[in-house]
Design a protein around this ligand. Structure first.
Ligand code: HEM
Length: 350
């Protein structure tokens, strides 16, 4: 091979090696910081005062409590990280699942009504009335109902109004409505606790588990066929509703008071948790109340009168609450609480 040819090959080789070395360098060099960063956590991080300040404010990866002259719980925390978790839960879970729960319960009730219709009396009304609720019992019941629905409706508007009412009232109209609902909800919230205590004291003695309640439950209260099932003054279904209303109402009242009286020293995290619990329990109690309202009105023939007039037909009492009917007959000797027409009770006179 001639010298000229050999030197050309050497030159080509040099160029090829140089290009190869350059390629390796361009690929490997940028990886070196990553290799080093494995040992040194801070390597590769570029200090950015803006980002650092925002991270401090949000406390994303450490707890930074600032200083302030304000004297209150969490006063030094500018932004509560938990607030974002709370907001996410409210919008992504509470709102859709709550709506689904209420929708499912209402659909089941509607379907049941369409398929089975109301539960009718087994025998013809006798025309003889028996006192079921005193004026005091009915007053306590309807007082609780009024406060409950005032709070339920204003609460539902605060939770769902944005989606339902803005298209109807517009943003301004909804703003006024929501603000009025919030004031009413906060103002009447504590009254619900008063109603709840009265409801508890008035009805608790007849809502304790008694023999026969389990059988009533196993037979589905006769709603699924098989005729009426024996029961005392309140059947097992009513007792379950009573305890759901009392325990649920208590949770709603306590969490509500934590939210309304924000000056009692509770942290923002406690308030966030209270709000979550308040929302879940409210939606559950409201959904269960649909069942109670159905059974107290269209679901069971002749029931609503017990809470409006205070009296029920003897035939109703015998078929739905036979043990209670027998007790009343025995205790009253069948005379002083049984009358021919509603409103004509002459207690102790006959
Ligand atoms: C519009 C709504 C409501 C209607 C139409 C309604 C109707 C009735 C009726 C007709 C009864 C008598 C049932 C019977 O004679 O056995 C009753 C009982 C009762 N209701 Fe309501 N109710 C409503 C809402 C509520 C609410 C919101 C609560 C509680 C938060 C409640 C608590 C009770 C209690 C405790 C009883 C006595 C039965 C028991 O202790 O289990 N009601 N209701």
């Amino acid at each position: 091979m001639s010298d000229k040819k050999q030197s050309r090959i050497r030159r080509h080789r040099k160029v090829a090696y140089s290009l190869l070395s350059l390629l390796v360098l361009t690929l490997v060099l940028p990886l070196i910081p990553y290799a080093v960063a494995e040992k040194d956590e801070t390597a590769g991080k570029v200090f950015n005062p803006g980002t650092e300040l925002w991270r401090d404010v949000r406390q994303r990866d450490r707890d930074v409590i600032g200083t302030t002259q304000m004297k209150s719980v969490d006063a030094g925390v500018l932004i509560n990280e938990y607030g974002e978790t709370w907001r996410h839960f409210r919008m992504q879970q509470l709102v859709p699942y709550g709506a689904a729960l209420m929708g499912i319960v209402l659909s089941i009730i509607l379907l049941f009504y369409l398929l089975r219709g109301p539960l009718r009396l087994q025998e013809e009304p006798s025309g003889k009335k028996i006192e079921r609720f005193t004026v005091f019992e009915r007053t306590v019941h309807w007082f609780t109902v009024a406060i409950f629905w005032l709070l339920a409706l204003t609460g539902l508007i605060l939770l769902y109004g944005r989606f339902v009412l803005i298209p109807i009232l517009g943003a301004d109209g909804f703003g006024i409505t929501a603000s009025a609902c919030k004031e009413a909800h906060n103002l009447f919230g504590p009254t619900f606790l008063v109603a709840l205590v009265l409801l508890f004291l008035t009805f608790v003695k007849d809502n304790i588990y008694a023999r026969g309640d389990m059988l009533w439950l196993l037979k589905g209260g006769g709603m699924l066929g098989g005729g009426h099932v024996s029961a005392g003054r309140f059947n097992a279904g009513e007792k379950i509703w009573f305890w759901i209303a009392i325990i649920g109402g208590l949770v709603l009242s306590v969490t509500g008071l934590i939210l309304v009286f924000s000056i009692l020293g509770q942290s923002r995290e406690i308030m966030g948790l209270s709000h979550v619990l308040h929302g879940i329990v409210a939606l559950v109690v409201i959904s269960v109340s649909f069942g109670h309202i159905y059974l107290g009105t269209a679901g069971v023939e002749g029931t609503l009168g017990s809470m409006t007039t205070g009296y029920v037909d003897e035939a109703w009492a015998k078929s739905h609450h036979d043990r209670w009917y027998a007790e009343v007959k025995a205790a009253e000797d069948g005379s002083d609480k049984i009358v021919d027409e509603p409103g004509l009770a002459t207690e102790g006179k006959s």
